[in-house]
Design a protein around this ligand. Sequence first.
Ligand code: B12
Ligand code: SF4
Ligand code: SF4
Length: 371
Amino acid sequence: MVETALEMGFVRAVVASLEPMEAERQFFEAWLDKGYAGSMGWWMKRNPYSRTSPQLLHPDAYCAIVLSVPYYTPSPADPGRQFGKVARYAVGLDYHDVIPAKLAILKERLEARLGRPLLGKYFTDDVELYEPAFANRAGLGFIGKNTMIIGPKLLGSYHFIAELFTDLELEADEPYRGTCGECVRCSVACPTNAIVEPGVIDARLCIPYLTIENKGEIPLALREKLGSLVFGCDICQEVCPYNQRPPETIWDEFQPDAGVGHYLDLYSVLAIREKKEFMDRFGKSAVSRPKRKGLIRNSLVVLGNRTPDHGEKVLFDFAFNEPEAMLREHAAWALSRYNTSRARNLLEQLASRETEETVRNKMFLHLQQSA
Ligand code: B12
Ligand code: SF4
Ligand code: SF4
């Protein structure tokens, strides 16, 4: 079973029991009660019991094979200040499409080896299962202080977690006893202090939440912290000593040229006006998750942080023609970060013609702060 998975490009496979995860549920509920899930709370709170009861996903299964799916590809040099960085997990095609297709092949190959059909269902991420805790109990890796599952033998954490539930009667693996030791590199490096305790993240502060899951504005106090990150964040993984020689994915689908790549040209994102155009460009990528509105919001924040030469006119033209009030406000904020008389002049024009009162007030505030 393990060899078949490794031959296909998975880097680790372990067997998980489907017993309920009681201690994990208590931890999960306490995390939700603290409000750390932010606006994800509505779906995460729906049923903590089923998220920690793996058997419910496939009542006829005996166990699950839990797999590490590597996605790491090295990043090229930063192409310039009108570009924003994409988290590594999203540079290729959308893993929600790629991984199930590979799991279907794995199931077929196992069936061929066994000479019988398997009752099997497979999942990744978008599933009512507390995957990190499930993978941890089965020994896929240990939980780092950055909450990532870190695999043994320098497999590191640049891998997705995926599961194949099956009727194969395999013995469950033991937890893997790795540790971070005294290291605190991830907490120190996190730009927003989202790691509030070792192994606990306040998602409301975490850049992947702010840029992907959050539907509203990016809080003013956190905009600068995004730096050049337009979608997701890898900082707490990049600094991790366990990730210094990560295994690279061998799958074509996860190569940067199959998807959006490591950097997005933000001017070209701002130029997208229609949903169809957005989906034509990003529909096969995980980058489509925050939709046009969310991705443009993030792009405006990054442009405000990177202030590319002659960007003032691009921001002004964008805000002038944009029907979405929240985006006009983010564009005005980005303009205010230029601190040039040209930018102030353009910002004043935007504020004076703004029809939404709350947005107009914010624009004048940005203007004051840039003066
Ligand atoms: C919600 C979610 C997020 C949220 C919240 C993240 C978080 N840490 O909770 C946001 C949007 C911020 C996010 C970000 C990212 N995510 Co995410 N996310 C999820 C999702 C859907 C649910 C996770 C969850 O239930 N969180 C709730 C809290 C309570 O869980 P937790 O913090 O992970 O809990 C850990 C610690 O608290 C720790 N712990 C500490 N003390 C104790 C005590 C006890 C008793 C227990 C039981 C546990 C425990 O154990 C837990 C297990 O790791 C899972 C998929 C899934 N179905 O599970 C993917 C998942 C966790 N994400 C994943 C990825 C890749 C990412 C990003 C790297 C993407 C990116 N580059 O931008 C970042 C990483 C940020 C980070 N450092 O965590 C992968 C992680 C793979 C791995 N190797 O670990 C997953 C598993 C998806 C997948 N199938 O591969 N994510
Ligand atoms: S993903 Fe980024 S923002 Fe979130 S905890 Fe890690 S370093 Fe902090
Ligand atoms: S950076 Fe250090 S503390 Fe953070 S997860 Fe890696 S080993 Fe653990």
